[in-house]
Design a protein around this ligand. Structure first.
Ligand SMILES: [Zn+2]
Ligand SMILES: [Zn+2]
Length: 374
């Protein structure tokens, strides 16, 4: 009866082998999941458990509370306090998470900051210079004694979260404070039809390139000023006349991008570059960019901080003050949301070089303002 014995021992060996492999697998499972028994299915990040999501919510709340407490003690100024850099790192940390805009503390922070701007706009009389608020992305509002101008003002709709973006009441109060809206190009992180419509409903001018909402009814209500480098045009508003240069910029070849220089009745000139970028063999815009300073004295320049050669742009404008924008645009995927810390390796930027140069740079956090006096 040798055969059956052989069979039994073979069977036993297989059983032992299976149990060894099985135990190994189990061991690996235990090791991997020892501290992580909860599986996914949480909100807003379904790849994480609810407990993990709750932790990220609490962390966002603590980080953003710290941001608010730091920036209340250290307001924006030329030669920034070190603490402000820390606040910006905390912003970067919270908003470099795919679901950031869907987290309650992030939403509350954004609305709180936006409401600060609204209240300040309603209650601030500017007698000298210009006060500049950053709302979100490249959205700035500039107020002087006579006029209040909005540039690329958006609701935050691109974040994908209805609870994050500005609500109707906030839009109405914000737009009610502004005389004119300049839109650089059609991308939804710069052109927001709800904001533009609100301006138009109040009989206020909206200036944009022809590409913006082409074929939609709103297109015919928008002013399409001539895109000619260095040419000053008069823009009649309800109560004032502005001098406007619409430099014929681009975001790469295909997207028409207005780079406006607006001079207020007080003689303060603001430049906003939208998503200006030339790349590769398409570099035509540097012909006029390099010479802006020869035609206009620029007080404040607002460039998109992610553009490739930001330093060359600034050298062409020679502004008294640089106030970059486009940090943390939540419509972009995580790696593509320019952080406050710069990330110059991305796109081979020279933002750090600019910040180390003789040009004063102030990067505002959403809801912050700076009072510029020439
Ligand atoms: Zn764009
Ligand atoms: Zn953009």
């Amino acid at each position: 009866m040798k055969k059956p014995i052989k069979l039994i021992s073979l069977f036993t060996i297989i059983l032992i082998l299976i149990s060894i492999i099985g135990a190994g697998e189990l061991h690996a499972q235990v090791k991997k999941g020892m501290y992580d028994k909860m599986k996914g299915g949480g909100i807003p990040d379904t790849q994480l458990s609810q407990k993990d999501n709750n932790y990220l919510d609490r962390q966002a709340a603590v980080f953003l509370d710290s941001v608010q407490s730091i920036i209340s003690k250290f307001p924006p100024q030329i030669k920034e306090a070190r603490e402000r850099g820390m606040a910006k790192l905390l912003m970067d940390a919270v908003f470099h998470e795919h679901f950031a805009a869907f987290r309650k503390p992030a939403q509350q922070f954004f609305h709180f900051q936006a409401n600060n701007v609204i209240t300040e706009l309603e209650n601030t009389k500017v007698t000298k210079g210009a006060k500049i608020w950053k709302i979100y992305n490249m959205g700035f509002i500039v107020k002087t004694k006579t006029v209040t101008m909005a540039f690329d003002l958006v609701t935050g709709e691109t974040s994908g979260s209805d609870d994050f973006k500005l609500n109707q009441k906030e839009i109405e109060r914000l737009v009610a404070q502004c005389d004119v809206l300049f839109i650089s190009h059609w991308h939804p992180d710069h052109a927001d039809p709800r904001i533009a419509q609100e301006f138009l409903d109040l009989g206020r001018a909206v200036i944009a390139p022809d590409q913006v909402w082409k074929g939609k009814p709103i297109h015919s209500e928008i002013l399409h000023m001539e895109r000619i480098a260095h040419k000053t045009q008069k823009l009649q508003l309800q109560d004032h006349v502005l001098e406007v240069v619409v430099n014929p910029g681009h975001q790469m070849k295909s997207h028409i991008n207005n780079v406006v220089l607006v001079t207020t009745p007080e003689g303060i000139t603001i430049a906003h570059t939208g998503d200006q970028i030339n790349e590769g063999d398409f570099m035509i815009d540097f012909e006029w960019i390099d010479e802006v300073y020869k035609h206009n004295k620029v007080d404040i320049m607002m460039p998109n901080a992610w553009t490739m050669d930001i330093f060359r742009q600034v050298k062409g404008f020679k502004p008294k003050l640089v106030m970059p924008g486009h940090e943390l645009e939540l419509g972009h995927t995580v790696w593509d949301r320019l952080p406050y810390w710069g990330d110059d390796k991305y796109l081979e930027l020279n933002y750090a070089e600019l910040k180390a140069s003789k040009y004063p740079v102030i990067a505002l956090i959403w809801g912050e303002s700076y009072h510029y006096i020439p």
